[in-house]
Design a binder for this molecule. Structure first.
Ligand SMILES: C[S@@+](CC[C@H](N)C(=O)[O-])C[C@H]1O[C@@H](n2cnc3c(N)ncnc32)[C@H](O)[C@@H]1O
Length: 401
């Protein structure tokens, strides 16, 4: 009798569960299944553990606030597309946005113009010189054609997706506003030939095209699928006549071999290397460099970054300038790579480089971004809850020989 009662009760419960499943949205049912197959140590957790151990040492007291920002929703900037008929900033300005590139901290600018001489640094006979801050400021001519609108500090409004104009070109491109800084630092001038060595999906290349001063742009990325994505981006933003072969070359070569193809050629080279993409690694398990299967690839990043930077240095012409950038906070992937590249370029290739002082830039944009204090080489935007951009590290090198 007892067994019969239990049986009836069990079948009742099972029926109820089955009924309930009908009312459970499919999305949730998928999640249940996903939860059971989720690895014990998902890549996002491994990334957080790794960052906690390394960045707490590297950033010290700054780490808890940077950590909180990294785990919160990031902020975007809207890069205006001058090739679109809907490129007016008026709509965005009406929503409270401002172009951070023109809205600089003029007080800070004045201070840096009066700044005393900057210390010269020598390391192992390698020129890690920082020139006068004011000299650098006057030589940094920001293109008036690049406009990137952001919501003010503390305002976390999201941008609406950009709309196509009558010819189908989108009015703006959404990207981390701090990603604009390496493009500005590159200081592209009229008639320059420019190489973007690791270009996909193409946000920075698109910003460089907005300057409308480049004579020839070579856009490269080793990944064929990502290069295809870059081409799609270009077709949504750039008129066909500008995509002609005389003005633009899109390739999918291994950038580390570039020095073997084309040396001493480009006025400007952007080396925006693959890295641990700290923000992505903390929020997305898919395509995560901290997944166990990619440990070797992750450990090999500094070597790959070094080879890419050296190839970029070789591709620049004497007198040309190279900007190295990443979206990681890691000192091993940032400053260490630059320092090694500067030494090896001299030792193995006889190329002398000067590290350009970017402090004037950090003064100018301190209203918009938080910068890491006292970096030995280069500058870095660090995430902050009130201005949740970055991380973006950048360092500019000038080829002296
Ligand atoms: C940080 S992403 C570049 C982002 C891009 N600059 C932008 O603004 O949209 C790094 C890129 O480097 C590419 N890459 C990785 N190894 C490479 C190599 N050996 N040569 C050239 N590109 C490489 C990756 O496919 C990836 O698209």
């Amino acid at each position: 009798m007892m067994a019969l009662l239990m049986d009836t009760r069990l079948s009742y419960i099972l029926r109820r569960v089955k009924d309930l499943r009908c009312f459970t949205p499919r999305r949730n049912r998928m999640k249940e299944k996903w939860a059971t197959t989720r690895p014990k140590h998902p890549p996002t957790t491994l990334a957080l553990q790794h960052f906690d151990s390394t960045y707490s040492v590297q950033l010290g007291q700054l780490w808890p606030s940077v950590r909180a920002a990294l785990l919160s929703e990031r902020k975007y900037g809207a890069l205006l597309n001058h090739f679109s008929h809907d490129a007016s900033p008026a709509d965005l300005e009406a929503q409270g946005c401002r172009d951070f590139i023109t809205d600089t901290d003029t007080q800070a600018q004045l201070c840096s113009e009066q700044e005393p001489e900057v210390r010269l640094e020598e390391e192992d006979g390698v020129s890690l010189k920082k020139s006068h801050a004011d000299q650098q400021l006057s030589s940094l001519r920001l293109s008036p054609n690049i406009k990137c609108l952001v919501f003010p500090r503390g305002n976390i409004t999201r941008f609406k997706p950009a709309k196509p104009d009558m010819l189908g070109y989108l009015g703006y491109y959404l990207m981390d506003a701090a990603s604009m800084l390496p493009c500005l630092v590159l200081d592209v001038q009229e008639g320059h030939s420019v190489l973007d060595l690791c270009a996909a999906p193409g946000g920075k290349a698109l910003a460089l095209l907005q300057t409308q001063s480049i004579d020839f742009l070579c856009v490269n990325d080793t990944s064929v699928s990502r290069t295809t994505r870059l081409k799609r981006v270009f077709h949504s933003y750039v008129p066909k006549q500008l995509l002609s072969k005389q003005k633009l070359r899109i390739t999918s070569f291994d950038g580390t071999k570039w020095g073997e193809i084309e040396r001493d050629t480009f006025d400007r080279v952007l080396v925006d290397v693959p890295c641990t993409t700290d923000r992505h690694s903390l929020i997305e398990d898919d395509n995560n460099i901290f997944s166990k299967s990619r440990t070797g690839e992750r450990r090999g990043l500094p070597q790959l970054q070094l080879e890419l930077l050296l190839a970029g240095i070789e591709a620049a012409c004497p007198g040309g300038e190279i900007v190295y950038s990443t979206c990681t906070l890691s000192q091993v992937q940032n400053q260490s790579v630059v320092e090694q590249a500067v030494s090896l370029a001299l030792e193995d290739r006889g190329i002398q480089l000067q590290v350009v002082d970017l402090r004037p830039l950090t003064h100018m944009f301190r209203k918009t971004f938080h910068f890491a204090p006292d970096l030995h080489v280069g500058e870095m935007v660090i995430p902050h809850l009130a201005a949740n951009f970055g991380p973006i590290y950048m360092c500019k090198l000038k080829r002296l020989t």
